[in-house]
Design a protein around this ligand. Structure first.
Ligand code: ADP
Ligand code: MG
Length: 269
């Protein structure tokens, strides 16, 4: 099969071997993402969203299907793709700046250049003044912001974000969303982000991919035609609220289809 899009997810299936047999997590996921595009993934809990991000990042091999970036098959994790996990994974023995500097150290940059970049990144995620703190002393939201800064330090071509603001209070969440919009509008990185908030998806995304309950299938892909640049003020806009309502309906329809399918299977032995 030819690869056309920048990031190409081709017919990905994922199943896990368990004590009660195989568990299907993803069923035939295909998706094309253009360079610089912002795509949000939404779907019920347990439908395979994190599994899909791990496959795109090369951390997990799909049971079948493949992922390509710029025509190159992704089979191992690498610098081209950055992943921010659902719960932040910082090295506890390194300070905030030490964690963010990690990818830069691997690049062999001088300490002045590193320091300069780290301070800029920390400023961008609102962590100036916390450079010398250890992860243990950070709130969940601050740790998550440090993890985002570290992923950006890696300068990846694709940034994968797994419910990055899930653990934050509403106000911090809004501030982070504004920050992410700003980062994306400045750097024009390709982003694939999982969120459980339909409003957040409508605000951020160029397209929203709606997944069904497990095994996750693509129920619908909706382009979000709100003008850019956007800012969180748009959350109050009736156009955005209309889109969010529609996304909720598509999610619900996907759940109902699955329930009917399960009921049908149980009725016919
Ligand atoms: P989501 O992120 O959408 O909530 P996940 O991708 O975390 O869903 O999980 C999808 C399904 O796969 C769940 O039923 C989960 O229990 C299962 N699963 C995920 N990772 C593993 C694993 N490493 N081994 C076995 N089952 C797993
Ligand atoms: Mg998840």
């Amino acid at each position: 099969m030819g690869q056309t899009a920048f990031l190409e997810i081709q017919r990905v299936h994922a199943s896990f071997r368990g004590p009660q047999g195989d568990l299907d997590a993803l069923d035939d996921i295909s998706l094309q993402v253009e360079r610089g595009e912002f795509v949000c993934l939404i779907g019920p809990s347990g439908c395979g969203k994190s599994t899909l991000l791990r496959i795109i990042a090369g951390l997990l091999a799909p049971s079948s299907g493949a992922v390509y970036l710029g025509g190159e098959r992704i089979s191992v994790p690498g610098r081209r793709i950055g992943l921010v996990f659902q719960s932040p994974t910082l090295l506890p023995w390194r300070t905030v700046e030490g964690n963010v500097a990690l990818p830069l150290e691997m690049d062999g940059l001088s300490s002045e250049v590193r320091q300069d970049r780290v301070l800029k990144l920390l400023k961008m995620v609102g962590l100036s003044g916390f450079e010398k703190d250890y992860p243990l002393h950070l709130s969940g939201g601050m740790a998550q912001r440090a993890a985002i800064a570290r992923a950006l330090a890696q300068n990846p071509e694709v940034l994968l974000l797994d419910e990055p603001f899930g653990s934050l209070d509403a106000l911090t969440r809004e501030r982070m969303t504004a920050g992410l919009l700003h980062i994306w509008q400045t750097y024009q990185r390709t982003v694939v982000m999982v969120t459980h908030s339909v409003e957040e998806a409508a605000l951020l995304a160029d397209r929203v991919v709606v997944l069904s309950p497990r095994p996750g299938r693509v129920v619908d892909i909706l382009p979000i035609e709100l003008p850019r640049p956007r800012d969180p003020g748009l959350l109050l806009d009736p156009r955005l609220q209309q889109i969010a309502r529609h996304l909720r309906e598509v999610l619900r329809a996907g759940e109902e289809q699955t329930l009917q399918y399960i009921a049908g299977q149980q009725a016919t032995p």
